[in-house]
Design a protein around this ligand. Structure first.
Ligand SMILES: NC(=O)c1ccc[n+]([C@@H]2O[C@H](COP(=O)([O-])OP(=O)(O)OC[C@H]3O[C@@H](n4cnc5c(N)ncnc54)[C@H](OP(=O)(O)O)[C@@H]3O)[C@@H](O)[C@H]2O)c1
Length: 254
């Protein structure tokens, strides 16, 4: 199926590795152009060069999404250099570590960046001739509250707050021609990622989680990326306010 994304202008945060990088690569494979960011310049440059090799025009910017001014400048630069913005993918998370500052960190690196990104991108997305689209990367951690091994963490609650805001935007922004959807991955494994580390350092926990996934294995970044690209595309033109779970059956909610 032609997803109709050739020439689309796509902003992806946290695109130097893992799920965000796979999302950027999947859009590039559809013929889209990209603006990508992450904190560390070197891995970002490597990821951006790979996208260029795939034929995409690429704007890259090293920044911390918690810095509101840098984030706005990135969105505006993306719109100026790509000629507009059709798709925004908010992918960065502060992570799930049970550190003392985890609640504030979740607010600073997850909640406010998504709130701000949607606000900063809105005029550009509303001007999109294709119709604008926002996709939030959330997590199945927002959808269940099984006792975590090291006690309650902010991660799931922060993601649940994000889900709520995305659902509200998904019902507000269609009036401006913008759809807003969420993709909720279950455990996703890739080299250098959290689950690859857990497989090495805590094999008992890894195996316990793997055994709870009906599909029999953890997911792959490109499996999440394909769901994101579909939701962002004209093929999903009537879909807004949805939460697409990509988890191999991990979460047994109805
Ligand atoms: N992996 C999973 O099992 C899983 C499961 C469910 C949901 N998710 C969600 O999927 C998303 C991506 O996860 P992932 O596992 O691919 O993450 P990851 O390995 O931590 O990669 C995150 C990306 O974001 C960048 N980044 C991190 N903090 C940033 C900040 N403050 N400002 C700018 N860039 C930042 C990283 O580069 P730098 O470090 O250089 O900044 C990297 O490019 C997250 O929202 C996560 O919650 C992941």
């Amino acid at each position: 199926m032609d997803l109709g994304l050739a020439g689309a202008r796509v902003v992806v945060t946290g695109a130097s590795r893992g799920i965000g990088r796979a999302i950027a690569e999947a859009f590039a494979a559809e013929g889209a152009d990209l603006a990508v960011c992450a904190r560390s310049p070197e891995p970002l440059r490597e990821a951006a060069d790979a996208l260029r090799s795939a034929g995409a025009a690429v704007v890259e910017q090293a920044l911390d999404v918690a810095d509101a001014r840098s984030l706005r400048a990135f969105v505006d630069r993306a719109a100026a250099e790509l000629g507009g913005v059709d798709v925004l993918v908010s992918n960065v998370s502060g992570g799930s570590a049970a550190t003392p500052d985890q609640w504030e960190r979740g607010f600073g690196t997850d909640v406010m960046p998504f709130v701000r990104l949607a606000e900063y991108a809105e005029p550009h997305l509303a001007a999109s001739a294709r119709g604008g689209s926002i996709v939030l990367i959330s997590s199945t951690s927002a959808l269940h509250a099984a006792a975590p091994p090291s006690g309650p963490k902010a991660y799931g609650a922060v993601k649940a707050a994000l889900n709520h805001h995305a659902a509200a935007l998904g019902r507000t922004l269609p009036a401006k021609g913008i759809r807003v959807n969420t993709v909720s991955p279950g455990p996703i494994e890739f080299e250098g990622g959290g689950w690859a580390r857990r497989r090495e350092n805590d094999p008992g926990f890894y195996e316990d989680v793997r055994a709870r996934i009906p599909y029999g294995r953890l997911g792959r970044p490109e499996e999440v990326a394909r769901a994101v690209v579909f939701l962002a595309s004209p093929a999903a033109a009537y879909v807004t306010g949805a939460n697409l779970v990509v988890d191999g059956g991990f979460v047994d909610r109805v």
